[in-house]
Design a protein around this ligand. Structure first.
Ligand code: SAH
Length: 355
């Protein structure tokens, strides 16, 4: 018999799957059943689809594969954080993290293999970008963490942040498709307001998100509200300086009426002075916003060092005196390189040398 080139079944929409069944003389409603097994129940093989007849399962097997991710290595931090090294169908690896707190369990997921943005302080940048993740690969990371939350903490997954490897706005369509599945009743049925997308801030895409009326939260990795400093930290700022970013944020707020969160690391000798703190306070007035001051997670012996406690307190004082909410976030999972900016497939040396 002629070998059929198998397609990844989860690349098909529900209506495409319905069409497939009709073309093969099957009932249309079978598609919905299969779709639920694939997404809601995250089945990894056709034989487990118990309400689907043997012959239909054979038909599916003949035409399709289910390219499921595999959690290749799971590391547990002393603070409860779990890091998954996730193997994709083409053997590439990305990392995702489960972050437990007393109130929440958050999944931090990757959107690309590696990253193209070259932020100087981030370990993922060293990997370069290899490819975009497919919607199902993003979705599967969330499912894996949801299962781990239930197994290890006996608690449900409450939040999702796109703060793992990669720049979500450079893989926009797939990220949106994954979020659609995460929020839909056929998928995980999670609320959009529990999802946060973090970006370096690509103005064109921020406008697009506003036009698309997305319902999730937006976080911007700001790190400096002074162009010269920001460009030194994040080369993307040369292409899209702060003026353009702020224009796109105004557009975002006009359209969505949702405030943004600025992520901000304070480094010794780089942005730890009052001028930078005041520039940030001014930037925060552009649209309603709040600030998450995140601790720097060292990635090597390089030029970056976490600023002093006094500098952090100075920032908080200045921001709060101007009515801006500023939260200082403790780093999580540092001992297993699971904290912000540390995801670099350290246990997968082959990937680094393959580039
Ligand atoms: N590309 C997206 C999401 C990935 S990074 C973005 O840039 O927002 C998630 C957050 O970790 C960003 O705010 C990023 O600036 C920050 N980050 C990167 N490296 C870090 C490090 N070494 N220590 C602390 N935060 C870091």
């Amino acid at each position: 018999m002629e070998e059929i080139q198998k397609r990844d079944i989860r690349k098909l929409s529900l209506s495409e799957l319905e069409e497939f069944f009709l073309e093969h003389g099957e009932k249309k409603f079978r598609a919905k059943q299969v779709y639920e097994w694939l997404w809601n129940k995250s089945l990894k093989n056709f034989d487990d689809m118990s309400n689907i007849s043997l012959s239909t399962r054979e038909l599916l097997k003949q035409h399709f594969s289910i390219n499921h991710i595999l959690v290749d290595l799971m590391q547990h931090s002393q603070d409860g954080t779990i890091k998954n090294a996730v193997k994709l169908y083409d053997e590439k690896i990305v990392e995702s993290v489960l972050i437990p707190t007393s109130k929440r369990i958050t999944a931090c997921v990757s959107s690309q293999v590696g990253c193209s943005l070259d932020c100087n302080f981030c370990a993922t940048a060293r990997l370069k970008r290899m490819r975009n993740l497919n919607p199902d690969e993003i979705y599967d990371q969330v499912v894996a963490i949801k299962e781990e939350a239930e197994t290890y903490f006996n608690r449900p997954l409450t939040n999702i942040v796109f703060m793992g490897m990669g720049e979500p706005l450079l893989n926009y369509n797939n990220v949106i498709a994954a979020i659609e599945k995460i929020t839909s009743p056929e998928g995980l049925g999670m609320a959009s307001r529990r999802i946060t997308l973090s970006t370096v801030g690509i103005p064109k895409m921020i406008r697009k998100m506003a036009d698309d009326e997305v319902k999730f939260n937006l976080a911007i990795s700001l790190h400096s509200a002074i162009n010269e400093t920001r460009s030194r930290l994040m080369p993307i700022n040369d292409k899209s300086p702060l003026e353009e970013l702020s224009d796109s944020l105004k557009y975002w707020y006009e359209k969505t009426k949702r405030k943004v969160t600025y992520e901000y690391v304070i480094w010794d000798g780089i942005n730890d002075d009052e001028t930078h703190a005041r520039a940030l306070a001014k930037f925060c007035k552009i649209i309603p916003s709040k600030v998450n001051i995140i601790q720097y997670n060292p990635i090597d012996e390089g030029e970056f060092r976490q600023a002093s406690q006094q500098a952090v307190e100075m920032y908080v004082r200045i921001l709060e005196s101007q009515g801006i909410i500023a939260k200082v976030r403790k780093s999580r999972g540092q001992d297993i390189d699971a904290a912000c900016g540390q995801l670099a497939n350290k246990n997968e040396v082959s990937q680094l040398t393959n580039i």
